[in-house]
Design a binder for this molecule. Structure first.
Ligand SMILES: NC(=O)c1ccc[n+]([C@@H]2O[C@H](COP(=O)([O-])OP(=O)(O)OC[C@H]3O[C@@H](n4cnc5c(N)ncnc54)[C@H](OP(=O)(O)O)[C@@H]3O)[C@@H](O)[C@H]2O)c1
Length: 312
């Protein structure tokens, strides 16, 4: 999603795209030209060695997130790494340890968390708008074109519905209910070896439940609902970037519009800049321990549906 990110960087006053890295120098040059970056490199190693780079946005397929993040951290760069944070929790822990050892900033680019609807959702939950949240239900799935070798369909690139789309319902459940203590999952592994759809029930210590679903070969409603002791908050489609929230309470319905301009990538960049300016090495909105915990939940779901990636 480097294109969306580069577009939205223009909306951040103190951000500058200073260099682009690609496995091909021609692709790097084309991208750099399009977005006005002064430097373009034909390898990620050359990008890591550029002293003008402060923060690297890692937007490679999930199978590369750990290696690429470690490369840039080892070169002394702060890193914003796309979701899913890694292929598995082991990799995620290694990334977090490397950032902490080196005193560098690291954050999962879970853009949803930084969008106005999710900021508003956090505020509503903290204010007790629906009392104690007890149940989270969320699904996210599309019938995507079957592209042989495409990222979504290739286990070698960390494809499948769970890691690419399921991470959004799982992170919503984590944001509302915290780390689950039990996981019950079922899924369908298709002919290319990735999960084409998956569903899981996540249990929590107080009895709270989350029901999460994802798909890459089936169209889902792509909505979410949080039910609490006093009411319900609905997130309309698409649940990771809804334009409004609906609060239902004692027969009353309140629709809260949560619009924004731009693609939405800029909000996570604002957070990176704010945290760096404050001298913080991680974000309280998307903490590193929570990114690891989300990967643990994804691992537990994968274990139950029999989804393993090459090399694991
Ligand atoms: N926040 C969001 O809304 C959002 C939306 C979509 C995707 N994402 C996330 O962003 C990441 C990238 O997604 P994408 O759709 O942009 O992926 P993509 O187009 O398949 O890959 C992005 C780039 O990764 C590089 N790459 C490095 N190793 C590769 C390999 N072995 N195979 C293929 N490409 C490789 C390629 O660039 P070079 O060849 O130039 O090196 C490629 O252009 C994923 O983690 C995805 O989950 C986030």
């Amino acid at each position: 999603m480097a294109v969306g990110f580069a577009n939205d960087l223009a909306l951040v006053d103190d951000a500058e795209l200073v260099a682009v890295g690609s496995r091909s120098v021609e692709r790097a040059q084309a991208f750099a030209e399009r977005y006005g970056a002064p430097a373009a490199y034909g390898s990620y190693e050359e990008l890591a060695a550029d002293p003008s780079v402060d923060v690297v946005y890692v937007a490679t397929p999930a199978s590369r997130h750990a290696d690429d993040t470690l490369l840039f951290l080892e070169a002394g760069k702060h890193v914003l790494c796309e979701k899913p944070f890694a292929l598995n929790a082991t990799q995620a822990r290694r990334m977090v340890a490397a950032a902490r050892e080196r005193g560098l900033f690291l954050m999962e680019a879970m853009w949803a968390r930084f969008l106005p609807p999710y900021r508003k959702l956090a505020e509503l939950l903290a204010d007790g708008a629906i009392g104690e949240p007890r149940l989270v239900e969320a699904d996210f799935g599309f019938a995507m074109p079957r592209e042989p070798g495409g990222r979504l369909w290739d286990p070698a690139l960390g494809g499948g519905s769970l890691l690419d789309l399921g991470v959004y319902p799982v992170q919503l459940a984590a944001m509302v209910l915290g780390t689950p203590t039990s996981v019950a999952a079922a899924g369908h592994i298709g002919p290319t070896g990735v999960d084409e759809h998956v569903a899981a029930v996540l249990g929590h210590t107080g009895g709270e439940l989350a029901v999460v679903k994802a798909a890459i070969a089936t169209n889902m409603a792509c909505t979410a609902r949080i039910s609490g002791t006093l009411g319900v908050i609905e997130l309309p489609a698409i649940m990771h970037c809804p334009g409004s929230l609906t609060v239902l309470r004692l027969g009353q319905t309140e629709v809260i519009d949560t619009p924004w301009t731009g693609g939405g990538w800029q909000f996570q960049v604002f957070e990176v800049h704010d945290r760096l300016a404050a001298g913080d090495l991680e974000s309280p909105v998307m903490p590193l321990d929570e990114s690891v915990s989300i990967m643990e939940t994804l691992d537990a779901i994968r274990e139950q549906i029999g989804l393993r990636f090459p090399g694991e």
